[in-house]
Design a protein around this ligand. Structure first.
Ligand code: HEC
Length: 399
């Protein structure tokens, strides 16, 4: 017991001296801005009072004392840091203020937010002011949402749940985003709505569902809307999702996975998802299996709709060269073979004959596809993963 206490004391003593060294490092003018900014950011995260929540009760006192000491040590230097020209220093300092809950420099942070030309700096300022629950956060968010830079706008949108906007004012905030905002901002706004208490966001969600039902929303945000509504657990709202059926969205349509996904997470599903195992059968860039066709150029061959269909219902359309079909012709003849090519007029089959067989579509009475060797992905992947995959595949335009 005793030795434990000593160890803790020792560690916290060490932490304090490290802070002091970091602070003096950050003040050096002969070091690059990146490194000084990094030193500042480190101070911010180490002394973070948010650590309190995650730490065992016995440690709390010491960490709190720690952060008070850091506060005392650094407060005198803050005004100098906030006058620095280097974006790293400004960003690092705003992070310290935010995590240590120091509100006495909010005026300076705001003035930087309003004046600085660099979007990354504006993002850091509005994030810190949000964390510090600045009294003027509402007008900051409003200003941020009109910023010329998408990242600043998205950072502002994410603060909306903190605003406690009265219900009747919410449409005025949301409206412009759904009129002029990018898909990412709209997705961010819907996520923000999902975080708000239902009595505040319910009407807004209801009206978005209505809009979606009339095809007045970006297709790229429908999945976010459906997931946000489902997360409210309100049976009334969830029931109103039925309206979306009017525009073709239904439990088994998967239409909401067509647009709005992200390329990079989609590539990650393709390469790494252990349930879907795409690369076991498909190659991109030469790497991967050969059971299915290589997909390097698939976006030039299949539309988004066809890509989604080949994931959900692989048997519906067979990739030429990769599936067998049996055709019953109008004269009673039955032929089977590997589908080599097809278009609206004819189907070309590879059979045991040397020459491929060309059959006019008009001669065909019945067509049976052999089940595809590709597993259907509808229950293997989430809709979000499918949406990201479609985005990824629809960008594969190699060769
Ligand atoms: C067990 C092997 C296997 C796995 C795993 C597999 N596929 Fe397939 N895939 C196939 C075969 C075989 C075909 C060709 C037959 C067909 O079109 O259904 C195919 C067809 C496709 C097509 C249509 C290609 C075309 O030219 O028409 C796409 C797109 C596709 N797969 C994507 C994927 C993705 C994305 C994954 C992972 C989520 C995946 N596949 C997982 C075997 C597989």
């Amino acid at each position: 017991m005793n030795s434990g206490r000593h160890a803790r004391f020792g560690r916290s003593f060490e932490r304090r001296t490290v802070y002091i060294r970091l602070i003096s490092f950050a003040k050096r003018t002969d070091v690059s801005g990146d490194l000084r900014g990094e030193a500042l950011a480190t101070i911010g995260t180490w002394a973070s009072p948010s650590v309190l929540d995650r730490v065992d009760g016995r440690f709390r006192g010491e960490i709190k004392r720690d952060s008070i000491i850091v506060k005392q040590k650094i407060e005198g230097d803050i005004p100098v840091f906030l006058k620095d020209k280097d974006p790293n220093i400004l960003i690092g300092t705003s992070k310290i203020l935010g995590t240590l809950g120091i509100t006495s420099y909010n005026a300076q942070l705001k003035s930087i937010f309003y004046k600085d030309r660099r979007p990354a700096v504006r993002v850091a300022m509005i994030e810190a002011l949000g964390e510090l629950q600045d009294v003027e956060i509402a007008s900051l968010v409003k200003k941020g949402m009109q910023d010329s830079d998408e990242n600043v706008r998205a950072a502002a949108v994410q603060l909306i749940p903190d605003l406690n906007i009265p219900k009747n004012k919410l449409p005025g905030v949301i409206g412009p985003i759904f009129k002029n905002g990018s898909v990412r901002e709209q997705q961010g706004m819907i996520t923000a709505l999902a975080e708000m208490p239902l009595e505040q966001s319910g009407d807004a969600l209801k009206s978005l569902i209505q809009k979606a039902g009339y095809n007045q929303l970006e297709p790229g945000v429908i999945l976010d809307l459906i997931e946000a509504v489902e997360s409210t657990q309100s049976s009334e709202l969830i029931a109103s999702l039925d309206r979306l059926k009017n525009s073709g969205y239904s439990v088994d349509s998967y239409k909401e996975a067509l647009y709005g996904g992200r390329n990079w997470p989609g590539a990650n599903v393709f390469k790494n998802n252990s349930a879907a195992q795409c690369v076991r059968c498909h190659a991109v860039g030469g790497a991967g299996g050969k059971v299915g066709p290589p997909l390097d150029n698939i976006a030039n061959i299949l539309s988004r709709e066809e890509l989604l269909e080949s994931l959900i219902e692989p048997g519906a359309r067979l990739a030429p060269g990769y599936g067998s079909v049996t055709l019953t012709l109008k004269d009673g003849q039955v032929v089977s073979g590997i589908l080599a090519a097809e278009n609206r007029e004819e189907i070309i089959l590879k059979t045991s004959d040397a020459e491929p067989m060309e059959i006019a579509v008009s001669r065909i009475k019945k067509r049976q596809n052999m089940p595809s060797a590709m597993p259907a992905m509808g229950t293997v992947l989430s809709k979000r993963e499918l949406r990201d995959l479609v985005e990824y595949l629809s960008n594969l335009k190699g060769k």
